[in-house]
Design a protein around this ligand. Structure first.
Ligand code: C5P
Length: 304
C-alpha cells in the first residue's frame, strides 16, 4: 500500500466508569484498577504524507503544537520502531479539553499510532505497539483499542470487556486545571481502594448486565472535591439540573453524568449551558466503532 492521500482520524476521549488507585509502586507510579470507556467527544487529526524524516504538527491551539505533543511523539516513536524512514505532517483540531481527565492528549497519540501503523504498513506485533503506547503515557494503551475495558497495572494491562449498554453523557469541565501528578500526590491512604468495584463492574458487563451505579467509584473524588471548590460547584450544578449520578473522570476536574435516555441528558446539558458552564452532550463509543474509524483508513487506500 502506498499512502498518498491526506486522511482524517478521530481521537476519542475516555471516561473512567471506575478508577481505583490501589497503591504506590517503587517506580513512583501507582497501580490502578479502572473500567475505561471511549466517548464521542473527539479531537480530529488530519494526517498527510511528508518527506522521509519530516515530522510536523500544527494545531488550532498553537500552544499545544510543541515537540512534546503526544501526536508528534507517537509518529516519531512508530517510525523509529519500524526501522524504515517515514514522514508525516499532522494537523490537530482540539475539542477535548486539555488537562481535564478525559485523556485528550493520550488519545491523539493513540490515534496517530493506530493510523500510521496501517498507513505506513508497519509490521509490529500487537504487544510491541502496546509497549510503544505505554511509553507515551499511562492512558495510551487503552485508547489504542478503545471501547470498554478493564485496565490494570500502570495502565498497560488491558482486558477488553463487552460493550457497556449505550449511555448518554453530560460532560462538564469546571474552570480549573489539575495536573495528574499533583492529583496523585494529593491522595492519602484513605483514598486507596482494593479494585473490588472495578471487578464488580467488569463482572456485570461480562454477564451482559447494566453497570450498577453503586460501583461507579473514583479514588480522586474526595480529595479533588475538597481541594477545588469550583469542581464542587459544577458537581452541585449537575445535581441541581437533575443528574441522578455525577462522577469525576480520571484525576479530574471534568465531571460526567450518565443517562440511559437522551431527553433527560439533553435537559441537563441545556441547563448547564444556559448557566455558562463548559459542557458537552456525548455518548459512549464501542470498540467496534473505534475499529471502524480506523479500518476505514486502509479501505479508503486500497479501493483507489
Ligand atoms: O503516564 P502519564 O504521563 O499519563 O502520567 C502522568 C503522571 O501521573 C505520572 O508522572 C505520575 O506522577 C502519575 N501517574 C501515576 N500512576 C499511574 C499513572 C500516572 O502515579 N498509573
Amino acid at each position: 500500500m502506498v499512502w498518498e492521500r491526506a486522511i482524517f482520524v478521530p481521537a476519542y476521549a475516555k471516561i473512567n466508569l471506575t478508577l481505583e488507585v490501589l497503591g504506590r509502586r517503587a517506580d513512583g507510579f501507582h497501580d490502578l484498577a479502572s473500567v475505561m470507556q471511549t466517548i464521542s467527544l473527539h479531537d480530529t487529526l488530519l494526517l498527510r504524507p511528508a518527506l522521509a524524516g519530516t515530522y510536523e504538527l500544527s494545531c488550532d491551539v498553537p500552544a499545544l503544537a510543541g515537540a512534546d505533543n503526544l501526536a508528534l511523539r507517537a509518529a516519531r516513536s512508530l517510525a523509529d520502531a519500524s526501522g524504515r524512514r517515514h514522514g508525516v505532517a499532522i494537523e490537530l483540531r482540539k475539542v477535548i479539553p486539555t488537562q481535564g481527565g478525559l485523556g485528550g492528549g493520550s488519545s491523539d497519540g493513540a490515534a496517530v499510532l493506530a493510523a500510521l501503523a496501517r498507513l505506513w504498513d508497519v509490521d509490529l506485533a500487537a504487544d510491541d505497539l502496546l509497549r510503544l503506547a505505554a511509553a507515551l503515557g499511562s492512558d495510551v494503551p487503552f485508547l489504542l483499542r478503545g471501547g470498554t475495558a478493564l485496565v490494570g497495572g500502570r495502565g498497560e494491562r488491558i482486558t477488553p470487556l463487552p460493550d457497556s449498554e449505550p449511555l448518554w453523557l453530560v460532560v462538564a469541565r469546571p474552570p480549573v486545571a489539575i495536573s495528574t501528578a499533583t492529583a496523585f500526590r494529593a491522595l492519602t491512604q484513605a483514598d486507596y481502594a482494593d479494585g473490588a468495584a472495578s471487578a464488580a463492574v467488569a463482572a456485570a458487563l461480562q454477564r451482559g448486565e447494566p453497570v450498577p451505579p453503586v460501583h461507579l467509584v473514583n479514588s480522586f473524588e474526595a480529595s479533588v472535591r475538597r481541594a477545588y471548590p469550583l469542581v464542587e460547584e459544577t458537581w452541585e450544578a449537575l445535581r441541581a439540573a437533575g443528574a441522578p449520578e455525577v462522577r469525576l473522570s480520571g484525576s479530574g476536574p471534568t465531571l460526567f453524568a450518565p443517562f440511559r435516555a437522551l431527553a433527560p441528558a439533553a435537559d441537563v446539558w441545556r441547563r448547564l449551558r444556559a448557566d455558562g458552564h463548559e459542557v458537552w452532550l456525548a455518548r459512549t463509543v464501542s470498540r467496534a466503532e473505534v475499529d471502524r474509524s480506523r479500518s476505514a483508513l486502509s479501505a479508503a487506500e486500497s479501493s483507489r
